[in-house]
Write a protein that binds this ligand. Structure first.
Ligand code: NI
Length: 187
């Protein structure tokens, strides 16, 4: 297994709609193992494949003792929203902002073997599934901010000059930020 470097906002792969996974086998299994290990290493609650530069519809998650991987996820969400809570993202290190998310989701997709997944989630896990699925559509949580929060986020992103940040520093920042969130981790 390997720890992969995490792509930072500004990288075009984070803004690309990821492709469906159609090939299952040892290569996919290794990728998912590496993603899982990377996510654990940076104490993330979730990690989407574009965040490690792979343009595929895959994410891993680890929330409140529940962990796994969803491939080709499809979300159905409740109309009502959860209480807004701060969120972070490994690809936008050093920041955290409050985001509105749907209270409940049903997620379907397949696992590493291509077997169907069908889960329902509320709470932090539901937020994680929404955050990670957004990544696969080229969206970052800061896109969902409005008003002053949005201005503040854009200003902070400009100031951070992420282009100069090495992968190692990013991982360290991610750890620091991760531990600062109410959910216990960035995604
Ligand atoms: Ni994220």
């Amino acid at each position: 297994m390997a720890i992969l470097s995490i792509r930072i906002i500004g990288d075009p792969v984070l803004r690309t709609v990821a492709e469906e996974v159609t090939t299952f086998g040892p290569e996919l299994a290794k990728l998912i193992d590496d993603m899982h290990q990377t996510m654990v290493d940076v104490r993330g609650a979730g990690l989407a494949a574009p965040q490690i530069g792979v343009n595929k519809r895959i994410f891993t998650y680890s929330v409140d003792g529940e962990e796994g991987c969803v491939i080709n996820p499809v979300l159905v969400a409740s109309d009502d929203m959860a209480a807004a809570e701060p969120e972070g993202c490994l690809s936008v290190p050093g920041l955290g902002f409050t985001v509105e998310r749907h209270r409940w989701v049903r997620i379907t997709g397949v696992d590493v073997h291509g077997e169907p997944i069908d889960m329902e989630a509320t709470g932090t896990l539901a937020k994680c599934f929404q955050h990670e699925t957004d990544h696969l559509d080229g969206k970052l949580y800061v896109d969902r901010l409005e008003g002053e929060d949005r201005k503040e986020a854009l200003r902070a992103i400009r100031m951070a000059n992420y282009d100069d940040v090495t992968a190692e520093t990013v991982a360290q920042r991610a750890r620091t930020v991760g531990s600062a969130f109410s959910a216990g981790a960035a995604e």
